[in-house]
Design a protein around this ligand. Structure first.
Ligand code: DGT
Ligand code: CA
Ligand code: CA
Ligand code: ZN
Length: 572
């Protein structure tokens, strides 16, 4: 049985929900919520890690206890704690906690009084006026609940690209292995590397559609079959994600892949272009009348319109078709172009792996340098380093560099930007480092004017070479703080500071639009892992995906420089 990271995360989320409804210890509840997030966003599969006998307590927020539960889930699909909680409360009841205005007490009350444990039941009960008679509620409360649950039910659910990636890899392998397929490719927003994915779209070339769709709906992660026919099927997986599968003949594979990759806006423009040339473009191919001109490959479909291949990440109707027509398409940066990684933590602050392990792991990912940037003193929750501890780390790095071959460890810090825009460490220690990343980790609520001024002041410090995760957003969790990014980017140009693209799938900050703005202003972007353990370097693929969506080329990215080029760049 295949256990996705998202499945493990779902068990932890359910445990946290059930503990919360049972009014248990808030620290314990938070531990399960944090663990769910860590596992869900993790690049390597925890199932594989368990099978390889790796130490899971290397993961942030995972102690021995949680590591044991993960192992239990990987082996049996569930764990005893969840089963025990499920004997007391129905499993899906936690989804009611996501209805705005419903806390654990109300959820418990609704269940005890009316047996309600799903949003659909809640909607029906509210519509039928069954809630106003519960003691402590009343007509007004019922109306508010009705509106909240209606909004909740109509809200589109999206998933992290990292979660989609785990599902895609396992599902594509399953289809390749067992079904009579010639080609299988993910399409849709996942192929375009959007930071979040609404549903997954898979395109298959096969002469036996019914065998493929029949095989698809029997995949063990399928919870519900939504539709099923000879050439198409849709399912919902246990983690709530929908997957749409489409089967075509090999001769149409490129056209179908192109159609289902989208985006919709890009497709519409492409079809217009075909019409202008008297051609017809659909998911089966490019046609002149009834005569097929192209369809087997995407390259051939584009070529029939006189266009070169347009990378999927660009297909958002943001000028890519004109650029292709005029021979101005960017040569997009690739993972292979990265020479080093400039943002990583160790056990000195909130990382889970040692300095040495991080360096060796970065080297095995093809990096020639790794910047160690632990947090600074003000961030006490992350055991931030003061000047004295940082001085100690500088010595350790010197020793390590004397021993290691094939990678150079750079001395850095992720220094906190204080409320007034000064830095959390004195220049006397910063000047001993190779560089500093400055980041906002506090005071997200400042107004745009004050936040922008604060950040620009920090960038003025001569040792600050990179502004860390510039918008501060956490996908699904925290909106970006209000800030004038245009001004920050222009200021970065003036002071020669790079902007970070933090590759953690929950950040992906800068976003694609800001990457484009930085490129237009001639500001370099640093694509960093922000690794907190040796398992996090795989995140760089998501950062690269976002950078490509932002039209970035190798020359727009700071860490495509060799170490010698980087040091020369920082001399100025
Ligand atoms: P998502 O799933 O919300 O993250 O975004 P997409 O882009 O994956 O959208 P989805 O799954 O609805 O459809 C996949 C692709 O299929 C989409 O990018 C373009 C194509 N497509 C879907 N519906 C239409 C349509 O009505 N017209 C055209 N031209 N293309 C469509
Ligand atoms: Ca989709
Ligand atoms: Ca779809
Ligand atoms: Zn940070």
């Amino acid at each position: 049985m295949h256990i996705h990271n998202a499945d493990v995360a779902a068990v932890f989320t359910e445990i946290a929900d059930l503990l919360e409804i049972e009014n248990q210890n808030p620290f314990r509840i938070r531990a399960y919520r944090n663990a769910a997030r860590t596992v869900e966003m993790l690049a390597p599969s925890v199932q594989t890690l368990v099978e390889e006998g790796r130490d899971l307590s290397e993961l942030p927020g995972i102690g021995a206890d949680l590591a044991g539960r993960i192992t239990e889930i990987v082996h049996g699909g569930t764990c005893e704690l969840r089963e025990q909680l499920r004997r007391e409360l129905p499993p899906g009841i936690g989804s009611l906690l996501r209805v705005p205005g419903l806390g654990p007490k109300r959820v418990k009350l609704l269940f005890d009084e009316r047996g309600i444990h799903t949003p659909e039941q809640l909607l029906r009960a509210a519509q039928e006026g069954q809630l106003q008679t519960i003691r402590g509620l009343g007509e007004k409360a019922e109306q508010r609940i009705l509106e909240a649950v209606q909004a909740q039910l109509s809200k589109e659910r999206r998933f992290s690209i990292a979660v989609a990636g785990q599902v895609v890899e396992a599902l594509v392998a399953y289809l390749r292995q067992l079904a009579p397929v010639a080609r299988v490719e993910p399409a849709g927003s996942y192929r375009r590397m959007r930071e979040t994915v609404g549903d997954l779209d898979i395109v298959v070339a096969s002469a036996d559609g019914p065998a493929v769709t029949g095989h698809f709906i029997r995949y063990d992660a399928v919870a519900r079959v939504l539709s099923h026919g000879p050439t198409r099927a849709s399912v919902e997986l246990h983690n709530g994600m929908q997957v749409d599968l489409r089967v075509v003949e090999e001769a149409s594979f490129g056209a179908a892949l192109n159609y289902f990759t989208g985006s919709k806006a890009h497709n519409i423009e492409l079809r217009k272009l075909a019409l202008k040339r008297g051609l017809k473009l659909n998911e089966y191919g490019m046609f002149a009348g009834e005569q097929p001109l192209a369809g087997e490959t995407e390259e051939a479909v584009f070529a029939a319109l006189g266009l070169p291949f347009i990378a999927p990440e660009l297909r958002e109707n943001r000028g890519e078709i004109e650029a292709a027509r005029d021979g101005r398409l960017p040569h997009l940066v690739t993972l292979h172009d990265l020479k080093g990684d400039l943002h990583a933590h160790t056990t000195a602050s909130d990382g889970r792996s040692s300095l040495r392990d991080m360096a060796q792991e970065a080297r095995s990912h093809g990096m020639t340098y790794l910047g160690i940037t632990d947090h600074s003193q003000q961030l006490t929750v992350a055991s931030g380093l003061d000047a004295e501890r940082l001085a100690q780390q500088i010595d350790e790095i010197d020793q390590l560099n004397a021993e290691l071959d094939g990678i150079t460890v750079l001395k850095g810090t992720e220094v906190d930007i204080r409320q007034d825009g000064t830095l959390d460490l004195p220049d006397s220690i910063l000047q001993r480092l190779d560089y500093a990343i400055a980041s906002v980790h506090t005071r997200f609520g400042l107004g745009s004017e004050a936040q922008t001024a604060r950040i620009m002041r920090a960038m003025d410090n001569r040792y600050v070479r990179i502004l860390g995760h510039p918008s501060g957003r956490l996908l699904f969790e925290r909106e970006p703080y209000p800030v004038d990014m245009g001004r920050i980017i222009r200021h970065a140009k003036e002071c020669g500071c790079a902007l970070e693209l933090d590759s953690q799938p929950g950040r992906l900050d800068l976003n694609d639009i800001y990457c484009m703005m930085a490129k237009d202003e001639g500001v370099l972007v640093s694509i960093d892992s922000d690794a907190h353990s040796v398992l996090d370097f795989d995140n760089l693929r998501w950062g690269i995906g976002q950078a490509r969506r932002g039209w970035l080329e190798k020359k727009n990215v700071l860490n495509t420089k060799t170490l010698a080029q980087l040091k020369a760049h920082w001399k100025h």
